[in-house]
Design a protein around this ligand. Structure first.
Ligand SMILES: *Cc1c(COP(=O)(O)O)cnc(C)c1O
Length: 379
């Protein structure tokens, strides 16, 4: 999973201390509510095991994953934790949830029926979470379905709901009216299950501290230092630093074009640093902003060398990307040096914006060829 640093074209550093301080900040924001952690997609690219270990040490005891495989990794790392599976109960998988003490978040009537049947053959009610769709039209029971289920003794006798959850579609957009509509639906749902702990807050809702915390907050991206709210300065500490190794620096003339498609024509004598990182490593081709349409549509992503900001140049290819280092004195930069692609100088979300996407996608795209270092959280 992690290449030797001398052999890798890029390096990822994950600051577990920053992760823990982000979680502590979110836990504080959650007030009386518990603060869990979403560790799906390999903990947003940061690695389930080290992330769960660090957060558990800091006091986190509830985790959310997408699929049961991820849940098994959580439970192997933190056996005493609770682990909820967001994408529900997969067909034929109930025995694995039981064996590994994973709690499915039941989001459809067939899933509820399957879990009830499992509980019946088990002989006692089984813990689960119920997911109500309050307006996102993604996963979850409709209010009417939830009502029918909660009124059905045959079903409820075998369900032990640990959590009622919903997911907000527009929490990243401050003051979005849909969030209020969803709140109303969720409150109606919670009246059907009095006393059952509730969870609605992702990172964006957690950061708003606006009553979405209920009994359990479940932030993801903010733990990893990414932006959760639009148009608001990001209050979180960066966790992930991605650097690329310079394999060559070469000079080209004004009027020359570089890379595939000859997509960029140089306007001055240019020194170009080629990094051993490309889209196969998750450094998206779109960061160059010159793909199939041949001309740049907006600015390419920037990077940093010892604090100096440099600009991407030409198309990102599978295994290489290029930066203009003309303005850095020749004797101060050479092959073998490392360029920050994102981290504390270049926010991951700025690179994401250049690529027309969000920090979540860049983090979860971090490839397998990097060497990895974990900076330990203080005990
Ligand atoms: C991914 C996810 C979260 C976490 O969202 P962030 O925006 O990363 O905080 C919470 N709840 C559900 C249902 C999710 O799918």
């Amino acid at each position: 999973m992690s290449a030797h640093p001398n052999l890798a074209g890029g390096h990822v550093t994950i600051d577990l201390g920053a992760l823990v301080s982000n979680w502590q900040q979110l836990a504080k924001n959650a007030g009386a509510a518990e603060c869990g952690a979403v560790v799906k997609a390999n903990a947003y690219g940061c690695g389930i095991e080290p992330v769960v270990e660090a957060l558990s040490r800091a006091g986190c005891r509830t985790y959310f994953v997408t699929v049961p495989e991820e849940g098994i990794r959580v439970k192997n790392t933190a056996p005493d934790s609770r682990c909820f599976v967001l994408n529900g109960l997969f067909a034929n998988a109930a025995p694995y949830y039981l064996e590994h003490d994973l709690t499915p978040i039941l989001g459809s009537v067939p899933e509820v029926e399957t879990w009830v049947a499992t509980a019946q053959s088990h002989g006692s009610p089984l813990p689960c979470a119920l997911h109500v769709d309050s307006g996102m039209n993604r996963l979850g029971l409709t209010l009417r379905e939830l009502e029918r289920i909660t009124k059905n003794r045959h079903l409820m006798d075998y369900l032990d709901p640990q959590l009622l959850m919903t997911h907000l579609a527009c929490a990243d957009d401050l003051g979005h009216p849909k969030t209020d509509v969803q709140r109303e639906v969720f409150l109606q749902a919670s009246e059907l299950l009095p006393g059952v702990p509730r969870s609605a807050a992702n990172s964006a809702a957690s950061l708003q501290m606006d009553g979405h915390e209920y009994e359990l907050a479940r932030p993801g991206i903010a733990l990893y230092g990414g932006e959760a709210l639009n148009d608001v300065p990001n209050p979180m500490v960066p966790v992930v630093t991605l650097t690329g190794r310079i394999v060559q620096i070469r000079e080209a003339n004004a009027g020359d074009s570089i890379g595939y498609g000859g997509a960029e024509t140089l306007t001055r004598i240019t020194r170009i640093a080629y990094l051993s990182v490309g889209y196969a490593d998750g450094y998206h081709r779109a960061t160059s902003n010159m793909g199939v349409p041949m001309r740049a549509v907006s600015q390419p992503a920037r990077a940093a060398y010892k604090g100096t900001i440099i600009k991407g140049i030409g198309r990102v290819s599978m295994d290489l990307c290029a930066f203009d280092v003309t303005d850095i004195p020749e004797d101060e930069i050479s092959a073998g040096d490392w360029i920050e692609l994102f981290g504390s100088t270049i926010p991951v979300d700025d690179v994401a914006r250049a690529a027309g996407t969000i920090g979540y996608e860049l983090l979860t795209s971090i490839g397998q060829r990097y060497s990895r270092t974990y900076l330990k959280a203080e005990a």
